[in-house]
Design a protein around this ligand. Sequence first.
Ligand code: SF4
Ligand code: MSK
Length: 625
Amino acid sequence: MAKEKTLNIQECSIWTDAQKMLEKAERDGIETAWHRLKQQTPHCNFGETGVCCRNCTMGPCRISKKASVGVCGADANVIVARNFGRFVAGGAAGHSDHGRDCIEALHAVAHGQTKDYTIKDEKKLFRIARELGIETEEKDVLDVAKDLAAEFFENYGSTKNQLSFICRVPEARRKLWDKLGITPRGMDREIAEMMHRTHMGCDNDAPNTLLHCLRTCLADGWAGSMIATEISDILFGTPRPHKAKVNLGVLKEDHVNILVHGHNPIVSEKILEAVNDPELIALAKEKGAKGINLAGLCCTGNELMMRHGIPMAGNHLMTELVIITGAAELIIVDYQCIMPSLVQIASCYHTKIVTTADKARFTGAEHVKFEMHNGLEQAKKVVRMAIERYTLRNPDRVEIPSDPVDIMTGFSNEAIIDALGGSLTPLIDAIKAGKIRGAVGIVGCNNPKYKHDYCNVNLAKELIKKDILVLATGCVTTATGKAGLLVPEAKELAGPGLAEICGLLGIPPVIHMGSCVDNTRILQLCALLANELGIDISDLPVAASSPEWYSEKAAAIGTYAVASGIYTHLGHPPNITGSEVVTNLALSGLDDLVGACFLIEPDPFKAAEKIDQRIQQKREALGLK
Ligand code: SF4
Ligand code: MSK
């Protein structure tokens, strides 16, 4: 399979488990994302700077010295803004459609359409219902669930014209959004309007298009993603702190290894149930294995790890490498961030790839459709398939490259508030006293353009040294976990103030708050802090960062963070640099409009300095030392 065997493996990843698997990939003749990146480099400059337009068949057009406008007359600013608009609309659509699936699940449970799923956190169901003004007095759990599902469905259309969780947004921010005309109205509405605006002959004013980017992404942050998180907690339990393990060492040589990959816990929760079925464990033993081992990848992995401590095999760039261990019997996927290459690589080993969602099918994979009424039955079928694959494993090709690393996970906002004794006051006091100087959410992906996890890990290390608490989600979790930063003992690597607070609370200086959609936990935490202090989110000494991002979803997250008032660092810019207007707005103009903007800095050490300066400015503006 591999055409290119000249990778400088030491430069591909900071991890020995990844390096060893890349060496094995080259021995086994397997091509990975790193090999394919070499084939794709140098990238097309028009695409990279965002000045290529394919929005109609008078084109495609591209802006160059020779042609400053497209056939229709659109200039670089218009084209770049439109492309970015469609890019973030894609990300917002991904998260919010995931959210819609969660609402459908809640609806099905409430209406008795499934026996496979139940409500695990009734307290949270009632609390959120009350928060949204739903009558709960003397009402049955399922009746409350019905009303909450109906309320959430309304966030997607335009009948209500207002998002439910707008009630969480600090008043000053709400007023600002209203003034700018960017208060999101409905999830689907903003995405559809973005597609409409970017059709030929509609929104031909780049700043105006950019404002709608903010609105679309705000709908993602305060509706699509937030709904996904809250319903997942209601259906599967609100995470609480506990221990887990990470890296490829979580695979077990003598077990049937099953990996879950994707984002939505609706599938993975049933797989977890099925792997604990005594009949299936007995079947695995009959086939010569000692048992069944379940591990996670990417964000579905984060979901299972946050709630149940299921070990995490790896983040985005590890998803191909896990197959190369030769010890993965089956990878079951739902949607998002699943490289199509997995099917090709799996075909070189005994690994089976199973898809579960009609909207995310992969040629060559086996499709086992999961629906609300048959989740457990399908999960058992898939586990049986994995057990059968174990008999095909070639022990001579197995190499599990490392020992797992311990981590602490499960920091929902509820868990954080409990750890603080029931209120945010101790956290606010620690911030005021300068023991914790601020907080940064480091979130997002891997991208083979970077040395895998180099920026994710070094940025986190630099920030905690500066007494800045780091909140990790998505693929950054595995990175910081592998680096030993997700255990309370990592306080030794933090500055004295943060170390003292971590010691008092028994928490790590980098705390794991979940998957990509769970960035809304961070958003909500910021809103809670701002509301408690009577200020806007943009006044808080906080920032966000996605050092090695790659996806449309990450761009949507960064954009809703900025629009919510959170200064946001990216390791590299989106494809916008072909427009001065769009680039200037992103890097500074938005600061005047929404009190936050993007920082682009590929070097994690310099990024840490710049984020630190921003946090210091915010502290001084609040009159803090
Ligand atoms: Fe070219 Fe305009 Fe059509 Fe884009 S919309 S492809 S710039 S003619
Ligand atoms: S999985 S969006 S690579 S974080 Fe959420 Fe990881 Fe980024 Fe996908």
